[in-house]
Design a protein around this ligand. Structure first.
Ligand SMILES: [Fe+2]
Length: 205
């Protein structure tokens, strides 16, 4: 009978997954930075890109501690998150709405990584590899800080600017509709409500 895989094998698998995820992110983060309109948001992505490069080499150190070859295994989870982020870039969002969407994409990636490193740290400890756990902990702290930074940017004005711009857009749309209504009122009464203009907007996405 073939030998069954152990928690150590699962740990190694997760490490390879994380290694591949970080490498994918070093390619995706410059695209997010480039798409950002807010200089603070761009800087946050650029700073995290530098950290992510460090995280790749930190994982290489973990492989070395374990006497294992540093090797990635395609991470489908982060690939999906990156793919969704890219589809946002293809939409015709206003600068303000796009910044809010970029934060949402970035935070999905951070939370995925936080979950992965949380598991890796717990498994490293239970496997008696405090040395590896320590290094992984450093990365987890960076991911948490990056996530907090994005929340602060969203709540510190980016969401509000996007909402203001949506309201302004709504008002000008209503003005246009009022004019149309006046023209139409002579032959047939037309009632438009905020909810129908909202539905129109949702369906045009
Ligand atoms: Fe990371």
């Amino acid at each position: 009978m073939a030998e069954q895989e152990t928690l150590y094998d699962a740990f190694l698998d997760e490490l390879r997954d994380a290694y591949d995820a970080e490498k994918q992110l070093t390619k995706a983060l410059p695209k997010l930075a480039k798409a950002a309109s807010s200089p603070d948001l761009r800087e946050a992505f650029e700073t995290h890109l530098e950290e992510t490069r460090e995280q790749v080499s930190r994982l290489e150190q973990v492989f070395e501690l374990l006497d294992e070859r540093a090797k990635g295994k395609h991470c489908d989870g982060i690939a999906g998150i990156i793919e969704e982020g890219k589809s946002v870039l293809e939409e015709d969002f206003s600068d303000e709405a796009l910044d809010a969407c970029l934060i949402a994409s970035g935070q999905r990636a951070e939370h995925y990584e936080m979950a992965a490193y949380g598991t890796l740290i717990a498994w490293a400890r239970v496997l008696g590899r405090e040395d590896a756990a320590k290094l992984l902990e450093e990365t987890l702290e960076e991911e948490k800080a990056a996530d907090k930074k994005l929340t602060a940017l969203a709540e510190g004005g980016i969401n509000e600017r996007a909402a203001e711009e949506a309201r302004a857009d709504d008002e000008s749309e209503e003005e246009e509709e009022d004019e149309e209504d006046e023209e139409a009122a002579e032959s047939q009464p037309v009632r438009r409500t905020a909810s129908t203009s909202g539905a129109k907007r949702a369906s045009s996405r």
